[in-house]
Design a protein around this ligand. Structure first.
Ligand SMILES: [Cu+2]
Length: 452
């Protein structure tokens, strides 16, 4: 039911080409299904004087495409009861993007597994583009400069000052450990491997689950230009000493606070989008003690499985990790251009671009280009001719994928209402740039660039 037919634009383009080359003979020949482009073409050619004016109707002045009113259908869709819950209906395909979308459902051995809930319901304030000033050092510089605060931060100066002061406290807490050995000596234990674009999670067993910028529950350690080390090479804390190689620096914090129904209001402003891990499998396929296995939390992107898969791999299955979690990258030498609270930090090995980070969470879509709709955003889409583009909605509100724009809609394709977890494929048969928008939120627009 959710996978709808792909629509081609070939006829559309052929008709436009035919109209412009064949001239007036075709100017009035509107074909059903092509009214958008045909209208445009007809309007362009209307001033040509050859056609007898008294028998031709006047050129249309309004778009011939009337968009359906989807508001009732959209309002009728079920929604999650609170901020921490999964959506009421499960998707049939993987959806979402770690650190960028409200929901992530990933693929584990061919099964779709609820993986992550992030941020409050509805439209989230997110600041994740490298062109935006949302890293720790950028927020500090913005405050110090006295420059106007960019609209995308959605905060006033007083809020920014409070946020920066909170981040300064996290920075001081993190930098109180010069080395990973210091963290071991302070009673930390290693909670994860060296996760890509995160580092090693060292957990403070004494921190409790309250929000306190002076005492984050975890400190992240990484090396500049580090090789990736596997679990046995990495080392751990034994008797207050780090057994692995030296040279790891603190790069950030992870907060791990009480799992309330509503999204936490912890840092000043709204750019802190806390997340919850679902269906986590820890310690699988590794020869570790039960004690260490029990100690491991499950920060990281690839841990979700089904219960059966986890048990057969010898892992410990957690249906939910019962806390709101969030990273805070507050160390200048590892400044996160993806934002101080981003899931992944492009400054920590391996180095990746923000667009690549956004794509990373989308899983195993065969024969189609993933175009996740995340937080009211279609992203940048670069497709090739003949390749289906698979739009999937990972927000908790419905969207549409509709050709054209609100002021210039087209009937070349229209997904109808896409609820949470629903997907829609569009295939483009000619190179070019194709506009699309959301009928329900007309300021949501995108251009698909299609190349040969
Ligand atoms: Cu929308």
């Amino acid at each position: 039911m959710i996978r709808r037919l792909a629509f081609a634009l070939l006829a559309f383009i052929l008709l436009a080409a035919a109209c412009s080359s064949a001239g007036d003979d075709n100017a009035g020949a509107n074909e059903p299904g092509d009214s958008d482009n045909t209208t445009e073409t007809a309007a362009t050619e209307a001033p040509e004087p050859e056609a007898p004016a008294e028998t031709e109707p006047p050129a249309p002045t309004e778009p011939a495409v009337t968009l359906p009113d989807y508001s009732d259908e959209a309002a009728a869709l079920p929604i999650a009861p609170d901020d921490r819950s999964l959506p009421p209906e499960e998707p049939e395909l993987p959806i979402g993007s770690y650190g960028f979308s409200r929901y992530v459902y990933s693929t584990s051995n061919g099964e779709i597994v609820p993986t992550l809930v992030e941020g409050p319901r509805g439209r989230q304030v997110r600041c994740q583009q490298s062109a935006q000033d949302c890293s720790y050092t950028e927020l500090k510089a913005l405050l110090d400069s006295g420059d106007p605060i960019p609209d995308y931060l959605e905060m006033d100066r007083e809020t920014l000052a409070e946020l920066v002061s909170q981040l300064d406290r996290v920075n001081a807490a993190v930098l109180s450990y010069d080395s990973i050995d210091d963290a071991c000596a302070a009673g930390f234990t290693r909670s994860t491997n060296q996760n890509a674009n995160m580092g090693i999670h060292m957990i403070d067993q004494s921190a409790g689950n309250d929000f306190n910028p002076d005492q984050p529950q975890m400190v992240l350690f990484a090396k500049a230009d580090a090789e990736r080390l596997n679990s046995s090479q990495l080392g751990r804390c034994v008797d207050g000493r780090w057994t692995g190689e030296d040279g790891f620096q603190p790069v950030g914090a992870v907060f791990n606070i009480e799992l309330t129904e509503e999204h936490p209001d912890a840092f000043a402003g709204q750019i802190d989008n806390w997340h919850i891990h679902y269906n986590t499998c820890i310690g699988r396929s590794e020869d570790i003690s039960d004690e260490e296995r029990a100690q491991r939390s499950a920060e990281g992107a690839r841990g979700s499985t089904t219960l059966e898969q986890c048990q057969s791999a010898g892992g410990l299955f957690l249906p939910i990790i019962p806390s709101w979690m969030m990273h805070a990258y507050v160390v200048e030498d590892f400044d996160a251009q993806s934002g101080v609270f981003s899931m992944f930090n492009p400054s920590i090995w391996p180095i990746v671009e923000t667009d690549a980070l956004r794509q990373r969470g989308v899983n195993d879509t065969e024969g189609a280009l993933d175009a996740p709709i995340t937080n009211f955003d279609y992203g940048n889409i670069n497709a090739t001719v003949g390749e289906p583009v698979r739009f999937s909605n990972s927000d908790d509100v419905p969207h549409t994928v509709t050709a054209g724009s609100q002021i210039d809609p087209s009937d070349a394709f229209d997904s109808g209402v896409l609820g949470t977890g629903q997907s829609y494929d569009v295939t483009f048969d000619e190179p070019g740039d194709y506009q699309l928008f959301c009928v329900l939120h007309p300021d949501m627009t995108a251009t698909v660039s299609v190349s040969e």
